[in-house]
Design a protein. Structure first.
Length: 248
């Protein structure tokens, strides 16, 4: 594919653009990153959906790609966190843009793609936070927040990954949600408290505005901690099937 830097271009998909106090918001963690144009036809089903043009029927072949790269712990590899969309595409809201985690292995001096993890695609537009944190005292873990939505629903998912032989998602919770006037809350990650607990529990400050249709004024603020679970990440396994390459 052809790759070029779009000089001076930035993409900021923060929502809302000017949040009010106590309002749910999702700043774009990649808003300051350079934008690259990557040109070529869709390579898998996820890209096919994100590149589609529901009005003209002619799919886009131009990606606008942003990313950050981290060192992969205890190896010579790297971790790339990408967010990209197709220029002039009008895709279904089941896959308007793509958030993707990619393991890059250094094999004889060449970068080879290893494991990949496709983030929730439903009404997904941006990544709120991207952090590498040492929470258990042994090695860095990837902690990320990714937005999603649906019928009268908007929110962000908080995910944590071990970086061992592959990307291992071991914790996930909803960090923000707004569903009609039935449920609305935010959960702000408490890094010091989580470190204090050796990473055995993930702790948050939870602010609840609505719960089961009950309006709280003033908002209800509480401290909550969750234990990581060993549940099977079946949803991501199904999503990752969308990354299977098309036959050449």
């Amino acid at each position: 594919m052809q790759i070029s830097l779009l000089e001076g271009k930035r993409i900021d998909d923060s929502w809302p653009e000017q949040p009010k106090p106590s309002e749910l918001d999702s700043p774009d963690a990649l808003a300051s990153q350079p934008v690259y144009r990557v040109t070529g036809p869709a390579t898998n089903e996820a890209e096919k959906q994100a590149s589609s043009q529901l009005i003209t029927g002619t799919p886009s072949t131009t990606r606008w790609v942003r990313f950050v790269v981290f060192h992969w712990p205890n190896s010579t590899g790297m971790l790339a966190v990408l967010q990209y969309q197709f220029e002039d595409a009008v895709p279904p809201m089941s896959c308007p843009t793509l958030g993707l985690l990619v393991q890059l292995n250094n094999v004889n001096g060449k970068w080879v793609v290893g494991d990949r993890y496709l983030l929730e695609t439903m009404h997904h537009f941006s990544l709120k936070t991207i952090r590498m944190l040492n929470l258990a005292g042994d090695q860095d873990e990837l902690v990320i927040e990714s937005d999603f939505g649906g019928a009268e629903t908007w929110g962000t998912n908080f995910l944590a990954f071990h970086l061992g032989a592959k990307l291992e998602r071991f914790f996930e919770t909803t960090s923000q949600i707004s569903y009609q006037t039935s449920d609305r809350f935010t959960q702000d990650f408490d890094v010091p408290e989580t470190i204090e607990r050796g990473g055995n529990e993930y702790c948050f400050t939870k602010t609840t505005m609505f719960e089961n249709g009950i309006y709280f004024k003033p908002e209800r603020i509480s401290k909550v901690c969750y234990k990581p679970t060993a549940d099977q990440d079946k949803e991501s396994e199904d999503r990752n099937k969308l990354l299977a390459p098309f036959a050449k």
